[in-house]
Design a protein around this ligand. Structure first.
Ligand code: PMP
Length: 365
């Protein structure tokens, strides 16, 4: 068969690059390309999955038990919580709800690689605002990029892939500059790994926060349920009603909901693992800096090496050493914090890579 598209596809969709997942690791390689949690699921959580064994039945379309549980925790109503098949599907639903042809969505770049295509799929136009030289959101520039066609702004903290956070103060100042009818999506997929005390927390002070903000969290990262696909948004119930209206019905499975509830029961144990990962991250970042790297503030479960134009030449060294990392052509390499056994190898290969960086390169001290 020829490779041309046999039916008429929307031109902007045909032009989209296919979603590229982190490579699977072969043999004894470490998979450090998808910001996954390296720990095995807790037995208690696996047990919960077995309980949800009515595979011939549809799930509760509203994920009602989980929404109640989260609402109680955050002091909001269950209608102020919306559960999706991963937080990425909540982002997609929100964008479909607020932005269409002729509208614009502002976000920082580089950030989560799904944003551009989610905006285009909604029919809207992406407006990408460059990160600062140290990999942070330039919120004043993002606020300035908002015009009367802007329907949503996405703020990612910690930012994937650079790891930097937006501070609460910066976020509050930003909100004051954003028109009240523009949706602000605060993507906090990595929030649980944050140790910086001044970082924004979208779930703090929910009652007094602007009604145009939706904070997104996920069970994929800190809670280690990436394979089950479950995440959520917290915000004004009327905004979330609009997201619910665009959702593909019944995509959150009973197994995912059950495992998420069990994870909340086992939260102390899971958050102890999160602390181990955050400590490992700090050790990796410190080791990288010691060997001569300039590493942006790493607050997620990953570190960023801003190789820029040297990416194509130098990134393969990781792959060849059995470290599957995420390579962003022309920009750099993101390395997830994985198993303890991977740490020395990451530091060793990274030290040899930095030695090959030209003098004066921005990623080299
Ligand atoms: N937001 C960010 C910033 C992410 O990095 C990811 C996962 N790569 C997601 C959202 C989506 O996570 P999930 O759909 O698994 O909840």
């Amino acid at each position: 068969m020829t490779d041309s598209i046999p039916v008429r596809v929307r031109a902007e969709i045909a032009a989209l690059p296919a979603y590229r997942q982190g490579k699977q690791a072969a043999g004894d390689a470490f998979k450090l390309s998808s910001n996954e949690n390296p720990f095995d699921p807790l037995p208690h959580v696996v047990e919960a999955l077995r309980r949800a064994d009515a595979l011939n039945r549809y799930p509760d379309a509203t994920a009602g038990r989980l929404r109640e549980r989260l609402a109680e925790r955050f002091g909001v109503t269950a209608d102020d919580v919306h559960v999706g098949a991963g937080s990425v599907s909540v982002i997609a639903q929100l964008l479909l709800a607020v932005a269409g042809p002729g509208d614009r969505v502002v976000y920082a770049w580089r950030s989560f690689e799904a944003y551009p295509s989610l905006v285009v799929v909604a029919g809207a136009e992406p407006v990408e605002v460059p990160l600062t030289a140290d990999g942070r959101h330039d919120l004043p520039a993002m606020a300035a990029a908002i015009d009367d066609r802007t329907r949503a702004v996405i703020v990612c903290s910690p930012n994937n892939p650079t790891g930097t956070v937006v501070t609460q103060e910066e976020f509050d100042a930003f909100l004051a500059a954003v028109p009240r009818d523009v949706l602000v999506i605060l993507d906090e997929a990595y929030a649980e790994f944050v140790t910086a005390p001044d970082a924004v927390d979208g779930l703090r002070e929910l009652g007094i926060r602007s009604p145009n903000v939706v904070a997104l969290r996920t069970f994929s990262k800190a809670y280690g349920l990436a394979g089950l696909r479950i995440g959520y948004g917290v915000g004004h119930h009327r905004v979330l009603d609009a997201a619910r209206a665009t959702a593909i019905p019944l995509s959150v499975t009973a197994q995912a909901e059950e495992a998420a509830l069990a994870s909340l029961d086992a939260e102390d144990e899971l958050l102890a693992r999160v602390r181990v990962i955050a400590e490992r991250r700090d050790r990796i970042a410190a080791g990288l800096r010691e060997s001569g790297w300039v590493v942006p503030e790493a607050q997620g479960n990953f570190v960023w090496l801003g190789l820029g134009a040297e990416t194509a030449a130098l990134a393969p060294a990781f792959d060849e050493a059995g470290l599957i990392v995420r390579v962003f052509a022309g920009d750099g390499v993101r390395i997830s914090v994985g198993e303890e056994e991977s740490v020395d190898k990451v530091l060793q290969i990274a030290a040899s890579v930095v030695a090959d960086l030209p003098e004066g390169h921005s990623a080299r001290r």
